[in-house]
Design a protein around this ligand. Structure first.
Ligand code: PHB
Length: 403
Protein backbone atom coordinates (compact mmCIF):
# COMPACT_ATOMS: atom_id res chain seq x y z
CA UNK A 1 0.00 0.00 0.00
CA UNK A 2 2.75 2.44 0.93
CA UNK A 3 4.15 2.25 -2.59
CA UNK A 4 0.80 3.05 -4.20
CA UNK A 5 1.01 6.54 -5.78
CA UNK A 6 -1.24 9.15 -4.19
CA UNK A 7 -3.53 11.48 -6.13
CA UNK A 8 -3.55 14.30 -3.58
CA UNK A 9 -1.33 15.42 -0.73
CA UNK A 10 -2.91 17.69 1.90
CA UNK A 11 -1.27 19.37 4.86
CA UNK A 12 -3.45 19.94 7.86
CA UNK A 13 -2.70 20.41 11.58
CA UNK A 14 -4.91 17.51 12.73
CA UNK A 15 -5.96 14.36 10.88
CA UNK A 16 -8.88 12.50 12.44
CA UNK A 17 -9.31 8.78 11.84
CA UNK A 18 -12.91 7.93 12.65
CA UNK A 19 -15.75 10.35 11.82
CA UNK A 20 -18.39 9.22 14.28
CA UNK A 21 -19.67 11.62 16.92
CA UNK A 22 -16.29 11.85 18.73
CA UNK A 23 -14.27 12.58 15.59
CA UNK A 24 -16.79 15.04 14.16
CA UNK A 25 -17.27 16.86 17.46
CA UNK A 26 -13.51 17.22 17.72
CA UNK A 27 -13.38 18.58 14.16
CA UNK A 28 -16.18 21.01 15.00
CA UNK A 29 -14.49 22.24 18.19
CA UNK A 30 -11.14 22.64 16.43
CA UNK A 31 -12.73 24.50 13.51
CA UNK A 32 -14.22 26.99 15.96
CA UNK A 33 -10.69 27.59 17.27
CA UNK A 34 -9.39 28.10 13.73
CA UNK A 35 -7.72 24.68 13.41
CA UNK A 36 -8.29 22.77 10.17
CA UNK A 37 -8.85 19.04 10.12
CA UNK A 38 -9.47 16.23 7.68
CA UNK A 39 -11.63 13.43 9.08
CA UNK A 40 -12.06 10.01 7.49
CA UNK A 41 -14.21 6.98 8.21
CA UNK A 42 -14.40 3.53 6.68
CA UNK A 43 -18.19 3.58 6.96
CA UNK A 44 -20.46 5.50 4.63
CA UNK A 45 -22.45 8.36 6.08
CA UNK A 46 -25.66 6.35 5.53
CA UNK A 47 -24.26 3.36 7.38
CA UNK A 48 -23.40 5.45 10.44
CA UNK A 49 -26.79 7.14 10.32
CA UNK A 50 -28.70 3.90 10.59
CA UNK A 51 -26.53 2.11 13.15
CA UNK A 52 -28.57 2.12 16.35
CA UNK A 53 -26.71 3.28 19.43
CA UNK A 54 -27.71 4.55 22.84
CA UNK A 55 -29.98 7.53 23.15
CA UNK A 56 -29.20 9.45 26.31
CA UNK A 57 -27.26 12.71 26.25
CA UNK A 58 -26.15 14.15 29.55
CA UNK A 59 -26.93 17.74 30.45
CA UNK A 60 -23.51 19.25 29.74
CA UNK A 61 -23.16 17.47 26.40
CA UNK A 62 -26.63 18.67 25.34
CA UNK A 63 -25.73 22.24 26.28
CA UNK A 64 -22.48 21.98 24.29
CA UNK A 65 -24.28 20.79 21.14
CA UNK A 66 -26.48 23.87 21.29
CA UNK A 67 -24.01 26.48 22.52
CA UNK A 68 -21.24 25.42 20.13
CA UNK A 69 -23.61 25.87 17.21
CA UNK A 70 -23.83 22.22 16.16
CA UNK A 71 -27.62 22.22 16.21
CA UNK A 72 -30.51 23.14 18.44
CA UNK A 73 -32.58 20.28 17.05
CA UNK A 74 -32.22 18.46 20.37
CA UNK A 75 -34.59 21.08 21.83
CA UNK A 76 -37.24 20.31 19.20
CA UNK A 77 -36.79 16.61 18.44
CA UNK A 78 -35.27 15.48 21.75
CA UNK A 79 -37.08 14.84 25.01
CA UNK A 80 -35.91 16.20 28.33
CA UNK A 81 -36.04 13.51 31.01
CA UNK A 82 -36.02 14.76 34.56
CA UNK A 83 -35.78 11.30 36.03
CA UNK A 84 -35.67 7.57 35.44
CA UNK A 85 -37.56 4.56 36.78
CA UNK A 86 -35.86 1.62 38.42
CA UNK A 87 -38.31 -1.25 38.40
CA UNK A 88 -37.95 -4.16 40.82
CA UNK A 89 -40.10 -6.16 43.18
CA UNK A 90 -42.94 -5.67 40.73
CA UNK A 91 -43.14 -1.91 40.86
CA UNK A 92 -41.42 1.23 39.60
CA UNK A 93 -39.35 3.57 41.75
CA UNK A 94 -38.58 6.94 40.25
CA UNK A 95 -35.26 8.69 40.73
CA UNK A 96 -35.95 12.39 40.29
CA UNK A 97 -32.78 13.89 38.80
CA UNK A 98 -33.99 17.45 39.17
CA UNK A 99 -34.83 16.98 42.83
CA UNK A 100 -31.53 15.24 43.53
CA UNK A 101 -29.01 17.23 41.51
CA UNK A 102 -30.93 19.90 39.59
CA UNK A 103 -30.13 18.33 36.20
CA UNK A 104 -31.89 16.44 33.42
CA UNK A 105 -30.74 14.19 30.61
CA UNK A 106 -31.95 14.30 27.02
CA UNK A 107 -33.38 11.41 25.08
CA UNK A 108 -31.78 12.16 21.72
CA UNK A 109 -30.39 9.21 19.77
CA UNK A 110 -26.72 9.04 18.89
CA UNK A 111 -27.74 8.73 15.25
CA UNK A 112 -29.26 12.22 15.47
CA UNK A 113 -26.17 13.60 17.18
CA UNK A 114 -24.16 12.19 14.30
CA UNK A 115 -26.49 13.68 11.66
CA UNK A 116 -26.29 17.10 13.33
CA UNK A 117 -22.50 16.96 13.46
CA UNK A 118 -22.13 15.75 9.87
CA UNK A 119 -24.51 18.52 8.71
CA UNK A 120 -22.56 21.10 10.72
CA UNK A 121 -19.30 19.97 9.12
CA UNK A 122 -20.84 20.24 5.65
CA UNK A 123 -22.36 23.64 6.48
CA UNK A 124 -19.01 24.95 7.81
CA UNK A 125 -16.99 23.60 4.89
CA UNK A 126 -15.10 20.96 6.87
CA UNK A 127 -13.48 18.05 5.05
CA UNK A 128 -14.87 14.62 5.89
CA UNK A 129 -14.34 11.52 3.73
CA UNK A 130 -16.80 8.73 4.43
CA UNK A 131 -16.50 5.23 2.97
CA UNK A 132 -12.70 5.19 2.74
CA UNK A 133 -10.60 2.02 2.63
CA UNK A 134 -6.96 0.93 2.91
CA UNK A 135 -6.29 3.40 5.70
CA UNK A 136 -2.75 3.54 6.99
CA UNK A 137 -1.17 5.74 9.61
CA UNK A 138 2.61 6.08 9.55
CA UNK A 139 5.16 8.18 11.42
CA UNK A 140 2.96 8.44 14.52
CA UNK A 141 6.02 8.69 16.76
CA UNK A 142 7.45 11.55 14.68
CA UNK A 143 6.42 15.18 14.31
CA UNK A 144 5.17 14.46 10.77
CA UNK A 145 2.59 11.70 11.02
CA UNK A 146 0.87 10.76 7.79
CA UNK A 147 -2.53 9.23 7.08
CA UNK A 148 -3.10 7.61 3.69
CA UNK A 149 -6.37 6.23 2.44
CA UNK A 150 -8.36 5.39 -0.65
CA UNK A 151 -11.48 7.53 -0.95
CA UNK A 152 -14.88 6.15 -1.91
CA UNK A 153 -14.26 7.22 -5.54
CA UNK A 154 -11.06 5.15 -5.71
CA UNK A 155 -8.60 8.05 -5.51
CA UNK A 156 -5.66 7.71 -3.15
CA UNK A 157 -4.95 10.50 -0.65
CA UNK A 158 -2.17 11.46 1.73
CA UNK A 159 -2.75 13.73 4.72
CA UNK A 160 0.35 15.20 6.30
CA UNK A 161 -0.52 16.32 9.79
CA UNK A 162 1.11 17.48 12.99
CA UNK A 163 -1.17 15.30 15.11
CA UNK A 164 -3.37 12.31 14.37
CA UNK A 165 -6.43 11.51 16.46
CA UNK A 166 -7.74 7.95 16.54
CA UNK A 167 -11.48 8.20 17.21
CA UNK A 168 -12.13 5.05 15.21
CA UNK A 169 -14.36 3.22 17.65
CA UNK A 170 -14.22 -0.07 19.47
CA UNK A 171 -12.56 -1.84 16.53
CA UNK A 172 -9.89 0.86 16.36
CA UNK A 173 -6.88 0.35 14.12
CA UNK A 174 -5.21 3.39 15.68
CA UNK A 175 -4.99 1.93 19.15
CA UNK A 176 -2.97 -0.96 17.77
CA UNK A 177 -0.28 1.50 16.72
CA UNK A 178 0.74 1.70 20.36
CA UNK A 179 3.24 -1.19 20.59
CA UNK A 180 1.94 -4.15 22.59
CA UNK A 181 4.74 -3.85 25.14
CA UNK A 182 3.96 -0.17 25.68
CA UNK A 183 0.23 -0.41 26.27
CA UNK A 184 -2.01 -1.92 28.89
CA UNK A 185 -5.46 -3.17 27.97
CA UNK A 186 -7.91 -3.50 30.84
CA UNK A 187 -10.69 -5.78 29.81
CA UNK A 188 -13.80 -7.38 31.25
CA UNK A 189 -16.38 -9.55 29.54
CA UNK A 190 -19.86 -10.34 30.80
CA UNK A 191 -21.74 -13.64 30.61
CA UNK A 192 -24.74 -11.95 28.99
CA UNK A 193 -25.59 -9.60 26.14
CA UNK A 194 -28.45 -7.25 25.22
CA UNK A 195 -31.11 -7.98 22.70
CA UNK A 196 -32.01 -4.55 21.29
CA UNK A 197 -34.98 -3.77 19.09
CA UNK A 198 -36.98 -0.93 17.60
CA UNK A 199 -40.74 -1.13 17.34
CA UNK A 200 -43.59 0.92 15.98
CA UNK A 201 -45.64 1.67 19.07
CA UNK A 202 -46.53 4.57 21.33
CA UNK A 203 -44.54 5.14 24.51
CA UNK A 204 -45.17 2.74 27.36
CA UNK A 205 -43.85 5.10 30.04
CA UNK A 206 -42.97 8.80 30.13
CA UNK A 207 -39.30 8.14 31.01
CA UNK A 208 -36.84 5.25 30.75
CA UNK A 209 -37.52 2.12 32.79
CA UNK A 210 -34.59 -0.04 33.91
CA UNK A 211 -36.09 -3.31 35.13
CA UNK A 212 -34.59 -5.97 37.37
CA UNK A 213 -36.57 -9.20 37.48
CA UNK A 214 -36.14 -12.83 38.33
CA UNK A 215 -36.18 -13.43 34.56
CA UNK A 216 -33.33 -10.96 33.93
CA UNK A 217 -32.87 -7.33 32.93
CA UNK A 218 -35.00 -5.21 30.59
CA UNK A 219 -34.81 -1.58 29.50
CA UNK A 220 -37.67 0.41 28.08
CA UNK A 221 -36.31 3.37 26.12
CA UNK A 222 -37.80 5.54 23.42
CA UNK A 223 -37.10 7.20 20.13
CA UNK A 224 -40.15 9.24 19.11
CA UNK A 225 -43.85 9.38 19.96
CA UNK A 226 -44.41 6.43 17.62
CA UNK A 227 -41.09 4.51 17.62
CA UNK A 228 -39.68 2.88 20.75
CA UNK A 229 -36.33 1.32 21.60
CA UNK A 230 -36.12 -1.56 24.06
CA UNK A 231 -33.58 -4.08 25.28
CA UNK A 232 -33.54 -7.25 27.30
CA UNK A 233 -30.78 -9.39 28.69
CA UNK A 234 -30.02 -12.39 26.48
CA UNK A 235 -27.19 -14.85 25.99
CA UNK A 236 -24.12 -13.70 24.04
CA UNK A 237 -24.76 -16.73 21.77
CA UNK A 238 -28.28 -15.66 20.91
CA UNK A 239 -29.08 -14.83 17.31
CA UNK A 240 -31.52 -12.02 16.56
CA UNK A 241 -33.25 -14.13 13.89
CA UNK A 242 -34.23 -16.73 16.47
CA UNK A 243 -36.56 -14.24 18.11
CA UNK A 244 -40.05 -13.77 16.69
CA UNK A 245 -42.06 -10.69 17.60
CA UNK A 246 -44.27 -12.83 19.87
CA UNK A 247 -41.30 -14.23 21.73
CA UNK A 248 -39.72 -10.77 22.08
CA UNK A 249 -42.90 -9.29 23.55
CA UNK A 250 -43.55 -12.24 25.86
CA UNK A 251 -40.00 -11.86 27.22
CA UNK A 252 -40.29 -8.10 27.67
CA UNK A 253 -43.71 -8.30 29.32
CA UNK A 254 -42.55 -10.98 31.77
CA UNK A 255 -39.60 -8.85 32.80
CA UNK A 256 -41.58 -5.72 33.54
CA UNK A 257 -44.67 -7.44 35.00
CA UNK A 258 -45.75 -6.54 38.52
CA UNK A 259 -48.59 -6.17 40.96
CA UNK A 260 -49.18 -2.63 39.71
CA UNK A 261 -50.31 -4.13 36.37
CA UNK A 262 -47.70 -2.27 34.29
CA UNK A 263 -47.69 -3.48 30.67
CA UNK A 264 -45.82 -2.45 27.58
CA UNK A 265 -47.71 -1.21 24.54
CA UNK A 266 -46.77 -3.70 21.82
CA UNK A 267 -46.18 -3.08 18.13
CA UNK A 268 -44.32 -4.57 15.15
CA UNK A 269 -40.58 -5.02 15.66
CA UNK A 270 -38.75 -3.23 12.83
CA UNK A 271 -35.09 -3.84 13.73
CA UNK A 272 -33.35 -6.25 16.09
CA UNK A 273 -29.79 -7.16 17.03
CA UNK A 274 -27.68 -8.72 19.77
CA UNK A 275 -25.23 -6.34 21.43
CA UNK A 276 -22.11 -7.75 23.03
CA UNK A 277 -21.15 -6.35 26.41
CA UNK A 278 -17.69 -5.43 27.47
CA UNK A 279 -15.71 -3.02 29.59
CA UNK A 280 -12.39 -1.97 28.09
CA UNK A 281 -9.72 0.68 28.62
CA UNK A 282 -6.41 1.06 26.82
CA UNK A 283 -3.68 3.16 28.33
CA UNK A 284 -1.84 5.29 27.39
CA UNK A 285 -4.28 7.44 25.41
CA UNK A 286 -1.36 9.16 23.69
CA UNK A 287 1.48 7.68 21.72
CA UNK A 288 3.85 10.23 20.20
CA UNK A 289 1.77 12.35 17.84
CA UNK A 290 -1.22 10.01 18.06
CA UNK A 291 -4.08 10.58 20.50
CA UNK A 292 -6.94 8.19 21.15
CA UNK A 293 -10.45 9.35 21.96
CA UNK A 294 -13.83 7.74 22.64
CA UNK A 295 -14.43 4.03 22.06
CA UNK A 296 -10.99 3.64 20.51
CA UNK A 297 -9.57 4.12 24.00
CA UNK A 298 -12.42 2.76 26.11
CA UNK A 299 -15.70 0.90 25.85
CA UNK A 300 -18.40 0.68 28.49
CA UNK A 301 -21.41 -1.61 28.69
CA UNK A 302 -24.50 0.40 27.65
CA UNK A 303 -26.34 0.09 30.97
CA UNK A 304 -25.36 3.52 32.25
CA UNK A 305 -25.69 5.27 28.84
CA UNK A 306 -22.18 6.64 29.28
CA UNK A 307 -20.40 5.71 26.02
CA UNK A 308 -21.24 8.68 23.79
CA UNK A 309 -21.10 11.11 26.69
CA UNK A 310 -17.65 9.90 27.61
CA UNK A 311 -16.43 10.24 24.04
CA UNK A 312 -17.75 13.81 23.88
CA UNK A 313 -15.96 14.59 27.13
CA UNK A 314 -12.67 13.20 25.77
CA UNK A 315 -12.80 15.45 22.73
CA UNK A 316 -13.71 18.50 24.79
CA UNK A 317 -10.43 18.10 26.65
CA UNK A 318 -8.54 17.02 23.57
CA UNK A 319 -9.62 20.04 21.53
CA UNK A 320 -8.27 22.39 24.21
CA UNK A 321 -5.03 20.47 24.48
CA UNK A 322 -4.50 20.39 20.70
CA UNK A 323 -5.21 24.10 20.35
CA UNK A 324 -2.62 24.80 23.04
CA UNK A 325 -0.11 22.41 21.47
CA UNK A 326 -0.51 23.98 18.03
CA UNK A 327 -0.57 27.49 19.41
CA UNK A 328 2.89 27.78 20.83
CA UNK A 329 3.00 25.51 23.84
CA UNK A 330 4.14 22.66 21.65
CA UNK A 331 3.64 19.01 22.37
CA UNK A 332 4.25 19.48 26.11
CA UNK A 333 0.56 20.47 26.25
CA UNK A 334 -0.42 16.93 25.21
CA UNK A 335 0.68 15.62 28.60
CA UNK A 336 -2.47 17.18 30.06
CA UNK A 337 -4.87 15.09 27.97
CA UNK A 338 -4.80 11.68 29.59
CA UNK A 339 -4.87 12.80 33.24
CA UNK A 340 -7.86 15.07 32.53
CA UNK A 341 -9.75 12.47 30.48
CA UNK A 342 -8.95 9.33 32.41
CA UNK A 343 -10.54 10.27 35.73
CA UNK A 344 -13.93 10.40 34.07
CA UNK A 345 -13.21 7.27 32.04
CA UNK A 346 -12.72 5.19 35.17
CA UNK A 347 -15.66 6.82 36.94
CA UNK A 348 -17.81 5.88 33.97
CA UNK A 349 -16.32 2.40 33.89
CA UNK A 350 -17.31 1.99 37.51
CA UNK A 351 -20.81 3.39 37.05
CA UNK A 352 -21.49 1.29 33.94
CA UNK A 353 -20.23 -1.85 35.66
CA UNK A 354 -22.20 -1.01 38.81
CA UNK A 355 -25.50 -0.50 36.96
CA UNK A 356 -24.83 -3.68 35.01
CA UNK A 357 -24.10 -5.91 38.00
CA UNK A 358 -27.02 -4.48 39.96
CA UNK A 359 -29.63 -5.10 37.27
CA UNK A 360 -28.62 -8.27 35.39
CA UNK A 361 -29.00 -11.87 36.46
CA UNK A 362 -25.86 -13.78 35.50
CA UNK A 363 -26.32 -17.42 34.51
CA UNK A 364 -26.06 -19.54 37.66
CA UNK A 365 -26.86 -16.65 40.00
CA UNK A 366 -27.53 -17.80 43.55
CA UNK A 367 -30.72 -16.82 45.38
CA UNK A 368 -28.37 -14.91 47.63
CA UNK A 369 -27.11 -12.85 44.69
CA UNK A 370 -30.60 -11.90 43.56
CA UNK A 371 -31.72 -10.92 47.07
CA UNK A 372 -28.53 -8.93 47.56
CA UNK A 373 -29.27 -7.05 44.32
CA UNK A 374 -32.74 -6.24 45.64
CA UNK A 375 -31.11 -4.94 48.82
CA UNK A 376 -28.84 -2.77 46.73
CA UNK A 377 -31.74 -1.44 44.67
CA UNK A 378 -33.65 -0.74 47.88
CA UNK A 379 -30.65 1.26 49.10
CA UNK A 380 -30.50 3.19 45.84
CA UNK A 381 -34.15 4.25 45.71
CA UNK A 382 -34.94 4.50 49.42
CA UNK A 383 -31.95 6.38 50.79
CA UNK A 384 -31.08 9.97 49.95
CA UNK A 385 -27.43 9.08 49.35
CA UNK A 386 -28.47 6.29 46.99
CA UNK A 387 -30.80 8.48 44.94
CA UNK A 388 -28.27 11.28 44.76
CA UNK A 389 -25.52 8.87 43.76
CA UNK A 390 -27.47 7.47 40.84
CA UNK A 391 -28.74 10.89 39.74
CA UNK A 392 -25.28 12.43 39.81
CA UNK A 393 -23.65 9.60 37.92
CA UNK A 394 -26.40 9.26 35.33
CA UNK A 395 -26.62 12.97 34.52
CA UNK A 396 -22.86 13.08 34.20
CA UNK A 397 -20.74 14.78 36.84
CA UNK A 398 -21.00 18.38 35.66
CA UNK A 399 -17.74 20.28 35.35
CA UNK A 400 -18.96 22.76 37.95
CA UNK A 401 -18.82 20.06 40.67
CA UNK A 402 -15.11 20.72 40.86
CA UNK A 403 -14.02 17.40 39.41
C1 PHB B 1 -31.18 3.82 24.27
O1 PHB B 1 -32.12 4.64 24.21
O2 PHB B 1 -30.79 3.24 23.26
C2 PHB B 1 -30.49 3.59 25.56
C3 PHB B 1 -30.86 4.32 26.68
C4 PHB B 1 -30.24 4.09 27.90
C5 PHB B 1 -29.26 3.12 27.99
C6 PHB B 1 -28.87 2.41 26.86
C7 PHB B 1 -29.49 2.62 25.66
O3 PHB B 1 -28.67 2.88 29.19
Amino acid sequence: MAEQPVDTVTEVPVAIVGAGPAGLMLAHRLARAGVDTVAIDIRSREEIEITQRAGIIEADAARDLIELGVSDRILRDGFEHEGVDLRFGGRSHRIDFQAQVGESVWLYPQTDVFIDLADARARDGGTVHFGVRDTEVVGETTERPIVRFTAADGTRHEIRARYVVGSDGSRSICRNLVPADQRTQFFREYPFAWFGFLCDAPKSAPELVYAHSEHGFALVSQRTESVQRMYFQCSPDDSADAWSDDRIWATMQARVAGDDGFQLVEGPVTEKSVLIFRSFVQQPMRWGSLLLAGDAAHTVPPTGARGLNLALHDVKILADVLVRALGGEGEAALADYEPAALGRVWRAQNFSWWMTQMLHTPPGALDFDVRRQLGELDNVVNTRAGRTYLAEQYTGWPARSGD
